[in-house]
Write a protein that binds this ligand. Structure first.
Ligand code: FES
Ligand SMILES: [Fe+2]
Length: 362
C-alpha cells in the first residue's frame, strides 16, 4: 500500500478512546487498538497479540494495560508485556507489540505510523479553533467507501455544491464563482467566491440570513498532507464588505482505512464567548451537513471508486478542468512525499511488519 508513513493521522476522536475498553480501528490497512492507560494517556498498539496474534481489542483493560482475551498476557501503552499469568510469570523478550507515537490534540487522537524516531509533535498543524478546551466544538464522522484522495478532491472543489447538493448547500451561482488556487510544497489553498446568490434555507439559517436575501459567499479551503483540511465559509450581504459578514470554520481530517475506504472526521468550532448560541450553531452545522454528506457525497464517492476499481487515478486518464487545480496540486504533493519517503527508506514495495511469535520459556 502506498501511504505516507512519516506523518500524523487522526486515529479517533478523543472521546472515542477510553480507559475501560479498547477500541479497534483499521488505519492505513493495519489493525490498531486504541486505549488509555491508568493516567488517562491515550496509546495505540498493533491490534495483534505477540503470542498467537489474537486481536487485543477484544480483551479487557486491567491496571491500565490491555489483557489479551486468549491467554491473558497484558500489554501496556508502550506495547510491553507487563503480565504473564502462566507458570513462573516470566515475560519472554519477544512479547512486545508495536506501539505507535500518539498525540492528543484538537479533540482528536493522532497517530504516527512511520519511524518512531521521526515522530515530532511540532509537525502537526494547528487546528486550535476546534480545540475543545478553548472552544465550542461538535464532531461528525463518516466512513467513506473510497480512496482518501477522492475525498480530498471532493473537499478541494466545492463547485460540486451546485450539482450534488442543490437543495442544501448549492446555488446557481457557484459554478460561475471566482476561483483562486495557490499553495506551496506543503499546502494548497483554494478560494471560491460567489456573488449575489440566494442561499438554500439550511445555509441561510446557519448564517442568520433572512429568507430570500441576496448574499456574497466565500469558501476558503486549505489542504495539508496527508489529508488535513481547514474550510472557512463566510457569508455577507451582496456587495457588503466581508468584514461585516459571518464565518463558519471547520476541520476535515481524512485517514485512509484501506486503499479503498476512508475515515472522515470533521469538526466545527466557535469561540467560547459565543455561549449557547455558538454551542447550538456548531451542532446545527454538523447535524445538518450529515444529510448531504451521507445521502449525496458518500454514494458519489463510492460510485467513483467502483468505476475506478483498482486502477491508478492517473492511468484512468481523468479529464482536467480549471476547477481541479487545487486537487491536482494536492495529489502531486502527496505523490512527491510518498516517493521521497520510499527513496529514503530504499523500499519501493509494500511494507510488511515483521511478526515475532513469542514462546514463553519453560
Ligand atoms: S494470543 Fe494473546 S496471550 Fe495468547
Ligand atoms: Fe459535498
Amino acid at each position: 500500500m502506498s501511504f505516507l508513513l512519516n506523518t500524523w493521522y487522526v486515529a479517533a476522536f478523543a472521546h472515542e478512546v477510553r480507559g475501560d475498553a479498547p477500541l479497534a480501528r483499521t488505519l492505513l490497512g493495519r489493525p490498531v487498538v486504541l486505549c488509555r492507560n491508568a493516567e488517562g494517556r491515550a496509546f495505540a498498539l498493533d491490534d495483534r497479540c505477540a503470542h498467537r496474534f489474537a486481536p487485543l481489542s477484544r480483551g479487557r483493560v486491567a491496571d491500565g494495560a490491555i489483557e489479551c482475551p486468549y491467554h491473558g498476557l497484558r500489554f501496556d501503552g508502550d506495547g510491553r508485556c507487563v503480565h504473564n499469568p502462566h507458570g513462573d510469570g516470566r515475560v519472554p523478550s519477544q512479547a512486545q507489540v508495536r506501539a505507535y507515537p500518539v498525540l492528543e490534540r484538537f479533540g482528536a487522537i493522532w497517530f504516527w505510523p512511520g519511524d518512531v524516531a521521526r515522530a515530532d509533535a511540532a509537525l502537526l498543524p494547528s487546528f486550535a479553533f476546534v480545540d475543545p478546551d478553548a472552544n465550542l466544538t461538535h464532531h461528525g464522522y463518516l466512513k467513506t467507501r473510497a480512496h482518501y484522495q477522492l475525498s480530498a478532491d471532493n473537499l478541494l472543489d466545492l463547485s460540486h455544491f451546485q450539482f450534488l447538493h442543490p437543495d442544501t448547500l448549492g446555488s446557481e451561482a457557484i459554478a460561475q464563482g471566482d476561483v483562486e488556487t495557490a499553495g506551496s510544497d506543503t499546502a494548497v489553498l483554494v478560494r471560491r467566491s460567489t456573488f449575489d446568490e440566494t442561499l438554500q434555507p439550511f445555509v441561510a439559517d446557519g448564517f442568520g440570513v433572512p429568507p430570500g436575501m441576496r448574499v456574497d459567499r466565500w469558501m476558503d479551503v486549505k489542504w495539508m498532507p496527508p489529508g488535513l483540511l481547514m474550510i472557512v465559509v463566510g457569508v455577507t450581504g451582496a456587495g457588503i464588505p466581508r468584514e461585516a459578514g459571518r464565518i463558519a470554520p471547520s476541520a476535515h481530517w481524512l485517514t485512509p482505512e484501506t486503499e479503498r475506504t476512508t475515515h472522515y472526521f470533521f469538526a466545527f468550532g466557535l469561540p467560547n464567548s459565543m455561549g449557547d448560541a455558538g454551542r447550538e450553531l456548531v451542532r446545527y452545522a454538523v447535524d445538518g451537513l450529515m444529510k448531504p454528506f451521507e445521502l449525496e457525497d458518500l454514494p458519489m464517492l463510492e460510485a467513483q471508486q467502483n468505476n475506478l476499481g483498482d486502477a491508478d487515478f492517473w492511468s484512468a486518464q481523468p479529464a482536467l478542468l480549471p476547477i481541479d487545480q487545487g486537487a491536482i496540486r494536492a495529489r502531486r504533493i502527496m505523490e512527491r512525499l510518498i516517493a521521497s519517503e520510499r527513496e529514503r527508506e530504499g523500499d519501493a514495495g509494500p511494507r510488511v511488519i515483521p511478526v515475532k511469535p513469542a514462546f514463553a520459556a519453560a
